[in-house]
Every structure is written in structure tokens, then in C-alpha cells.
Ligand binder design. Structure first.
Ligand code: PAF
Length: 269
């Protein structure tokens, strides 16, 4: 595996990749969910690039960018074992030589649900995703279904801005007890981890009212549990996606459950 941390190193290594190229974008602290993305990328393409970059632009002022887990050595070992061809591990100065004045705006999708509690978050995500697409020049980019609103915003950006990249969603990976894998799970104490199971249990009810009731009298603080349209993220009683966010201790967790056939999201090649 080649590890590139500058734009020149990336460009040189990218030139040598053969065939169809897939990219998996991450912020590091890799777990089995990321490994599933890499494995799916391998199925979609001849060459696989993984980016590891903790993107300052998607963190709010009150969010702890400095304390986001950084485990680069372990991450690179995982990617090497998984047969990744190229890892791009830039510093913020490489990605943002200057503070970007021009940014991608997520529009209404960026203002609701996760966007309501994290203003500007999706603009920051889309800006870095577009930049990383330009830098890595993939044919296909894979994103986890776990971050369903991010996925919807990226699909919309790719469509609205005519970005020549196919976007593929990869199903959420769960622990045997249902907890969705997340880099943030490492912040949970043993008790909090038990409480966090409420999220997947509430989704399993497939019903917002019944699911919300599960939180009554528990230490978890439910932010939302709603049925939405998975492309617009507008709340809809017959929406095809059930989305949830809750705070467990100081850790904010999200999860979702597709309720209908997801084939309508299949990208044109
Ligand atoms: O999902 C993530 O890890 C990040 O939001 C992404 C897509 C790598 C952009 O920084």
C-alpha cells in the first residue's frame, strides 16, 4: 500500500492505479464498518483509495475537533491488511492551503435533523467530499448508510453539480446486540453502551411513537425519531427511512432503518 500525504505524492500514486478506481473517505479511527466499506469498494473497482482526514470544516465551534480520536498507525495497518492500494493522509494545510471562502452549500438538506443541531456541518462535509473527489479522481465513491443524511446530501451534490462519480451506499454494520458501529462508541462507558442499545431497539419498533416511548424514564436524551423521505430528509408519515438521534451521556449517537426497498437509490453507472 502506498501512503501519500501531499498533493504531489497523491497525484503520482494515482497515475499508477489501474482500471476502475474506488474511494472510501474516512476520518480515521477505523472499525469494522469502515472495513465493510473497503471490502465493498474492492468489489466495485480494480483499485481502492482510502482517505483519512479529520475535516475541521465539519466541526462546530462547540464540538471537540482536538479530541476527535486519531489512530493513524492502527488505521494504516488495517488498510494494509485489507489490500487497499493507496491511503491519502493529508494534514489540514494540504487540504486547505487557504481558508476556503467558497464552499458547497447543502441547502435545505443541511438545515434539518443532524443539520439542525450541527449548523454548517453538512456544508463542511460536502466541501471536503468534493475536494477529495477532485484530488483522488475516483469512478465510484462509497459511503455508509449509517450516516444517511450525509449520504443523501452527497448524492444531491453529485447530481446537482454534475460530479462524474457514482455514489454507492454500504449497509450499516452492527454489533451482535444491534448497536451500530461508530467511531464515537469508544466514548461510551459500559452502562452507557447498554443505554445506547435503545437507539436500535427504537428503530426495530418501525414506529416513531412506539420507539419514542422506549426512552421514557431512561438516562438517554432523545433528539428525534422520525420517518423521513431518504432523499429529501423531509418528515413524511409514509417516508422510507426511520432516523434517530439521541444523547447518551455526553455522546451524541445516530442510527437509521430503511423501511422500503432501497433499490430506488441505485446509481446509474
Ligand atoms: O463520514 C465521515 O467520516 C466524514 O463525514 C467524511 C465523509 C469522511 C467527510 O469528512
Amino acid at each position: 500500500m502506498i501512503v501519500a500525504s501531499t498533493r504531489d505524492e497523491l497525484a503520482a500514486a494515482r497515475k499508477d492505479l489501474r482500471g476502475r478506481v474506488a474511494v472510501v473517505m474516512t476520518m480515521g479511527a477505523l472499525h469494522e464498518g469502515h472495513a465493510a466499506l473497503v471490502d465493498a469498494a474492492r468489489e466495485q473497482a480494480d483499485s481502492v483509495i482510502v482517505t483519512i482526514f479529520v475535516n475541521p470544516l465539519q466541526f462546530g465551534a462547540h464540538e471537540d475537533l482536538a479530541n476527535y480520536p486519531r489512530t493513524l498507525e492502527d488505521d494504516l495497518a488495517i488498510l494494509g491488511d485489507r489490500g487497499v492500494d493507496l491511503a491519502f493522509t493529508p494534514t489540514p494545510e494540504v487540504v486547505y492551503p487557504e481558508t476556503p471562502l467558497v464552499r458547497v452549500c447543502a441547502g435545505p438538506l443541511g438545515d434539518v435533523f443532524e443539520g439542525a443541531s450541527r449548523p454548517g456541518h453538512f456544508d463542511g462535509v460536502l466541501t471536503v467530499v468534493l475536494k477529495l473527489m477532485h484530488l483522488t479522481q475516483p469512478d465510484v465513491a462509497l459511503f455508509g448508510q449509517k450516516d444517511a443524511q450525509q449520504l443523501a446530501a452527497i448524492r444531491r451534490m453529485v447530481a446537482d453539480l454534475d460530479v462524474p462519480v457514482s455514489v454507492v451506499a454500504v449497509p450499516t454494520v452492527r454489533e451482535p446486540d444491534g448497536l451500530a458501529l461508530s467511531s464515537r462508541n469508544r466514548y461510551l462507558s459500559e452502562d452507557e453502551r447498554q443505554t445506547a442499545l435503545l437507539l436500535s431497539q427504537a428503530l426495530q419498533t418501525r414506529d416513531p411513537v412506539a420507539g419514542r416511548a422506549l426512552f421514557d424514564g431512561t438516562p438517554a436524551v432523545l433528539d428525534y425519531l422520525e420517518r423521513v423521505d431518504s432523499t429529501s430528509f423531509e418528515a413524511a408519515p409514509d417516508g422510507d427511512l426511520l432516523v434517530i438521534a439521541a444523547k447518551v451521556g455526553t455522546t451524541r449517537l445516530i442510527d437509521n432503518l430503511p423501511l422500503h426497498d432501497l433499490s430506488k437509490h441505485k446509481d446509474a453507472p
